[in-house]
Write a protein that binds this ligand. Structure first.
Ligand code: HEC
Ligand code: HEC
Length: 335
């Protein structure tokens, strides 16, 4: 009889705890990141080569990885990026990690998806400074690339559409599952500390989660920077209004993901703040009208660091060599 009761109690206990855990996945507004499902491994390999290939730039020196360094959280850790001819970029380079989860690409959302986005930097005179025609010519002049494109796309002709498609499919694999926070979401109570949990509670109770939600803890909407108090910056970017033309969208930006945020400093579209403590303080004051205590800030920052997930790992691609027909790189001066 006694044993039966204990068994019942244990069963109820187990039932209760799995219930709590299942509830977290439903009730919490931040959802776990799922590992990438690779359905076209050869396309991913091709996209990875193109991602690392600086020959897509006029100088032959700048690749996607130059400004979205996968050894540094998919960012360049600079306030604004350095482009062709050492040009100072206009805006902070956002991470590419988990970017397949975002509602749109760029701070102002002007590209609908990753493929559309990838065509931008190749031809941007301040970034890779090539052109789509030149990029296709370069890739087309390399027989090993021709073979790979033929195998993956079933056509001898290499197009910019195929180049950007392969890059986008590679980027879709750049997700960061298994963060300690996700382990907690999935039911492991010990995955985060009491302080980190307290930080998450503050993050929710004061309203950060209203904008930073979904699997990427951001990337789901465009929001004004400076809801309660204006943001002071010398950066001329005006945000979403550049796309919609609506005055209400002035100074509205895509809410950045907070995944891996401890790796992607400096913060905000102008890269003006280097520490998460400062960024949290700015957010609390400007977006929510809240003056947080030092302890609360420390707790929130501790929570933010639990959002760092497994970084993408892979073997570095070996790029096929250029041929005598390959247009030569032009490192100095814009032609
Ligand atoms: C010279 C630096 C530089 C290079 C090279 C570069 N990018 Fe970027 N990238 C940026 C900057 C800066 C932004 C933000 C621009 C904006 O929002 O107006 C950006 C934005 C992005 C985004 C959008 C992320 C988001 O959260 O909205 C993706 C994806 C991306 N780049 C992928 C690529 C790919 C693919 C390549 C190579 C074909 C590439 N980038 C080359 C600097 C660079
Ligand atoms: C009203 C929506 C909103 C709220 C509420 C909000 N944020 Fe943000 N958050 C944004 C937007 C928009 C940006 C980008 C602003 C920019 O770069 O100009 C941002 C940027 C950030 C960044 C910098 C990320 C990066 O990569 O540059 C951090 C960190 C951050 N928020 C944390 C928080 C915290 C912590 C809270 C609560 C104290 C919070 N946010 C509340 C909308 C919001």
């Amino acid at each position: 009889m006694k044993i039966k009761l204990i068994c019942l109690a244990i069963a109820a206990g187990i039932g209760l705890s799995t219930q709590v855990h299942a509830d977290r996945l439903v009730s919490e507004l931040i959802k776990p990141i799922e590992p990438a499902v690779v359905t076209a491994p050869e396309k991913v390999e091709l996209g990875k080569k193109l991602w690392f290939d600086p020959r897509l730039s006029m100088s032959g020196f700048i690749s996607c990885n130059s400004c979205h360094n996968l050894s540094m959280g998919g960012s360049d850790n600079l306030p604004t990026s350095i482009g062709h001819n050492w040009q100072e970029g206009p805006i902070n380079s956002p991470t590419v990690l988990n970017s397949s989860l975002f509602v749109a690409q760029f701070w102002d959302g002007r590209a609908a998806n990753l493929q559309e986005q990838a065509g931008g930097p190749i031809a941007n005179p301040m970034e890779m400074a090539s052109s789509h025609v030149l990029a296709v010519d370069v890739i087309n002049s390399i027989p090993q690339y021709r073979e790979e494109f033929a195998k993956v796309y079933g056509s001898k002709e290499i197009t910019i559409g195929n180049i950007t498609d392969a890059i986008a499919v590679f980027e879709e694999t750049l997700v960061t599952p298994n963060s300690r926070f996700d382990q907690w979401l999935k039911g492991d109570d010990d995955a985060i500390t009491q302080q980190e949990l307290a930080g998450y509670e503050t993050f929710k109770s004061i309203g950060c989660v209203a904008c930073h939600n979904g699997p990427a803890a951001g990337g789901t909407s465009f929001q004004r920077m400076g809801v309660v108090e204006p943001y002071q910056t010398t950066n001329p970017a005006e945000g979403r209004v550049a796309v919609t033309g609506k005055d209400a969208d002035r100074f509205s930006f895509k809410v950045p993901s907070l995944r891996n945020v401890e790796l992607t400093y400096p913060y905000f579209h102008d890269g003006a703040y280097w520490s998460l403590e400062e960024a949290t303080d700015v957010m609390a004051r400007l977006q929510l009208g809240r003056e947080l205590q030092e302890q609360e800030i420390d707790n929130v920052v501790a929570f933010l660091k639990t959002l760092t997930g497994d970084q993408p790992t892979f073997t570095m691609p070996i790029l096929p060599p250029s041929t005598n027909d390959t247009p030569r790189p032009q490192p100095f001066g814009i032609k």
